[in-house]
Design a protein around this ligand. Structure first.
Ligand SMILES: NC(=O)c1ccc[n+]([C@@H]2O[C@H](COP(=O)([O-])OP(=O)(O)OC[C@H]3O[C@@H](n4cnc5c(N)ncnc54)[C@H](O)[C@@H]3O)[C@@H](O)[C@H]2O)c1
Length: 324
């Protein structure tokens, strides 16, 4: 269970792209805590300098401010690297509908540049962030790899293309790639601010600030909200996965199902508040229900998540109370 017992060769070097963001900074921290070296590549477009400052004094940490849209930058960043954890991308379904060209350049060409650089520099394993959005309008639950529907947004297209490109790099160039189909990740350092913030940190901050959160739709949508520690475990275990599991994508979730309304009232209760939410229109491109079958990741990667939603949300609330 967990990742405390994962072991890599001494002096292993990990490159975390998007390492100044929410998931990336947590990956950097976990790798440093395990005693290995991390290089973080981030253009700080949605990430934060404060997520770099946290580690900058650690001799095992190196920061490159750069853009994965630039192949030369990717090549330099991959120099001497054993494992790539490619997290750099822009999230948000609604923003991708507003900016399709940027999502293609940033999320598809950027990842393709990273795959090419990793191949040329002889990286051992290339683990990359995909998303549950690749299931699109597939109605059956739980979502299972190999049963995907029509894509509902440019963001989903970008993640699906990344998976297809990664498969090509395994097939033709022998680069071991593993796609992490994250399902609604939450936890410390996730940005609560801005129009495109994820729902859990946004609601916690609004409630703490005395604002009234707005639920898009009727609140009866459900998601497999996944605590960050499980995502760290999946990434590290994918780096140790056998070659036979390469060229594939895996659901990375807890395997539970939480309704937005229940989360809302759980948060108000935990914060000792009695505030009714506002309700707004449904968001274009959103799916109503999403929960994951995680048996493939368990089988192929040895993924065995030990942070339930309840355990994770308690930890997240505590963190926001202390850090907002
Ligand atoms: N958070 C989730 O619930 C979730 C769910 C599914 C998939 N994902 C994926 O996981 C990854 C990390 O997401 P996150 O929630 O940590 O988002 P985030 O915005 O906090 O982190 C993304 C990081 O990538 C950096 N970045 C973006 N474009 C870049 C570029 N061209 N060059 C260099 N750096 C760049 C940003 O500055 C930021 O630091 C993304 O690929 C995202 O699509 C996240």
């Amino acid at each position: 269970m967990g990742y405390s017992n994962v072991v890599f060769p001494k002096d292993s070097l990990f490159l975390v792209t998007g390492g100044a963001g929410f998931i990336g900074s947590n990956l950097c921290e976990a790798i440093l805590n395990l005693g290995y070296k991390v290089r973080c590549l981030d253009d700080l477009s949605t990430g934060k300098q404060s997520n770099v400052d946290l580690f900058i004094d650690n001799p095992n940490y190196e920061f490159i401010k750069g853009d994965i849209k630039d192949l030369d930058t990717c090549m330099k960043a991959c120099e001497g690297v054993d494992y790539v954890l490619n997290q750099a991308a822009w999230g948000s379904v609604p923003r991708s509908i507003e900016m399709p060209l940027f999502y293609c350049a940033n999320n598809i060409q950027g990842t393709l540049n990273m795959l090419e650089a990793a191949r040329q520099k002889g990286v051992k394993k290339f683990v990359y962030a995909s998303s549950s959005s690749v299931y699109g309008d597939e109605p059956n639950l739980p979502k299972t790899e190999g049963r995907e529907g029509n894509l509902l947004s440019p963001y989903a297209v970008s993640k699906r293309c990344d998976e297809e490109w990664a498969k090509q790099y395994t097939k033709h160039y022998g680069l071991d790639t593993y796609g992490m189909r994250y399902f609604n990740v939450f936890g410390r350092r996730q940005d609560p601010n801005g129009a495109y913030a994820a729902v859990i940190p946004k609601f916690i901050k609004q409630l703490i600030d005395g604002d009234v959160p707005t639920i898009n739709g009727d609140g009866r949508q459900s998601r497999d909200f996944t605590y960050i520690e499980n995502v760290i475990e999946a990434n590290l275990k994918a780096c140790l996965a056998p070659h036979e599991a390469a060229g594939q994508a895996f659901n990375i979730a807890y395997g539970g199902r939480e309704y937005l309304l229940d989360i809302y009232y759980g948060l108000t209760k935990a914060l000792n508040l009695d505030v009714e939410p506002n309700f707004g229109p449904d968001r274009a491109g959103d799916i109503k229900h999403s929960n994951a079958d995680i048996s493939k990741a368990k089988r192929s990667l040895g993924y065995d998540p030990d942070w339930s939603f309840d355990r994770g949300i308690k930890a997240a609330i505590e963190w926001y109370k202390e850090n907002l």
